[in-house]
Design a protein around this ligand. Structure first.
Ligand code: ZN
Ligand code: ZN
Length: 426
């Protein structure tokens, strides 16, 4: 008994942002902006990796993960150059103009031309600048619809096999275990985040609850097909709703299992920008870390010292056990509304399956829970926005919504938003 109480205390101490944090850029700490989810010609992105890295570095990001599907950006990989390929002769010319003639390795055999893709190490050597920009290795470990990003891997991580009716939660658990084991084997800090739970068939809140080690998921993903706000026709609830269901169930049974929300781009399309394409610049994280290194960034994120954004910048997130306060970076002519969303202890935890018109349960969709979960406890336009805990909250999180539309949103009408990690009274 003493032991289990002790571990609960240690776990809360580990999750500092959930319990007594003051996140702001003082005492050597800085906010670092990063995207942990982007694709290149190494899998199904339409641009060479240097084109993608260049975009992020030029647009004020501090770190970037190129997270191609089921591949490590190492070894020799040649891709065709042709007018009907992603890599056209004109795009190769543009790369040569930007990086120099000698940068590009081409191989011409007969009328077939190929270009060698830069490896992670080559990209790192070119783009990394201490304190300014950092490439962090990654892989989108992909098993059918279950996609989990491994951040700071040291090689290829084999995805779990997905066949027949193998339950998605088992696939999810196997991918998490594989990523964690890879980090241990290589002696490196590694971070795993579950991607776009509402994409395609999707992953349910109950699936995520069941995977104990799962600490991070994408509250916001900039891909055009991910249904961040849900989809009634497919019985998909919003990622905000999934987050609250998972937090309520997990934190009511075990205080040391918070789930943190990530913002990412999941960009694939780099040569044309519009709604309907998967472009860069839509979602990111701001991490409060002591330096710009994979170890410091991952340690900060594992402690919840970050927030997700699709446009809103926060300056300070403070929680002293009595209140949760959010300082927002103001912008002339822009109004921010902060929604403090939470679930109280003793909430109604009953759930019922979604039924089809014939009255049969719809498989593989999140169940319907009571409105006790994810209540809007308080809403304000004040800056800083302050919520005073009443003491009976399991957790409270802030969602700051701007009245400014996102310039190139994942879906029509999206407003710039930021999401803090959950906090709780103590
Ligand atoms: Zn994916
Ligand atoms: Zn992806």
């Amino acid at each position: 008994m003493i032991f289990s109480m002790r571990s609960a205390v240690l776990a809360w101490a580990f999750a500092t942002a959930v319990c007594g944090a003051d996140l702001r850029a003082v005492d050597g700490l800085r906010w670092y902006k990063g995207n942990t989810h982007a694709h290149t010609l190494w899998s199904d992105g339409d641009a060479a990796p240097e084109v993608v890295a260049d975009w992020y570095k030029e647009h004020g990001y501090h770190f970037l993960c190129l997270s191609d599907h089921n591949v490590y950006l190492g070894g020799e990989r040649w891709v065709p150059v042709a007018a009907d390929q992603y890599l056209t002769p004109d795009r190769v010319k543009a790369i040569q103009q930007r990086f120099g003639e000698g940068w590009v390795s081409l191989d011409q055999k007969g009328d077939r031309l190929k270009m060698r893709l830069k490896t992670f190490e080559e990209l790192q050597a070119h783009f990394d600048e201490p304190g300014k920009f950092l490439m962090v290795s990654a892989e989108e470990v992909t098993s059918k619809v279950v996609h989990v990003n491994a951040v700071n891997n040291r090689g290829f991580i084999k995805p779990a096999q997905a066949f027949g009716n193998k339950p998605l939660r088992l696939i999810l658990a196997e991918n998490f275990d594989a990523i964690e084991a890879h980090g241990k084997e290589n002696g490196v800090p590694i971070l795993a985040h579950l991607n776009h739970p509402n994409w395609d068939q999707g992953v349910t809140a109950e699936d995520i609850v069941s995977v104990g080690g799962e600490r991070f998921f994408e509250i916001y993903n900039g891909h055009a097909g991910v249904r961040n706000w849900g989809d009634r026709s497919q019985h998909k609830q919003s990622t905000d709703r999934l987050w609250d269901i998972i937090l309520a169930i997990r934190l009511s049974t075990s205080a040391d299992r918070p789930l943190y929300g990530m913002g990412t781009d999941d960009s694939h399309d780099y040569y044309e920008q519009r709604i309907g394409l998967c472009n860069s610049g839509r979602g990111w994280v701001q991490v409060l870390a002591k330096d710009l290194s994979p170890g410091a960034l991952i340690a900060a994120m594992q402690s919840g010292q970050f927030y997700a954004s699709s446009g809103v910048t926060l300056e300070r997130i403070a929680d002293d056990g009595k209140s949760l306060s959010v300082g927002i970076h103001g912008e002339a002519g822009v109004t921010h509304t902060t929604h403090f969303i939470g679930t109280r202890k003793g909430f109604d935890a009953t759930a019922r399956p979604v039924l089809d018109p014939a009255g049969n349960p719809v498989p593989n969709v999140t169940q319907v829970y009571s409105e006790d979960i994810g209540e809007v406890l308080f809403e304000t336009k004040d800056n800083p926005a302050v919520y005073a805990f009443t003491g009976d909250e399991l957790y409270v999180r802030a969602k700051v919504v701007s009245d400014k539309p996102q310039p190139n949103p994942h879906a029509e009408g999206d407003l710039e938003t930021a999401w803090t990690q959950p906090a709780r009274p103590y």
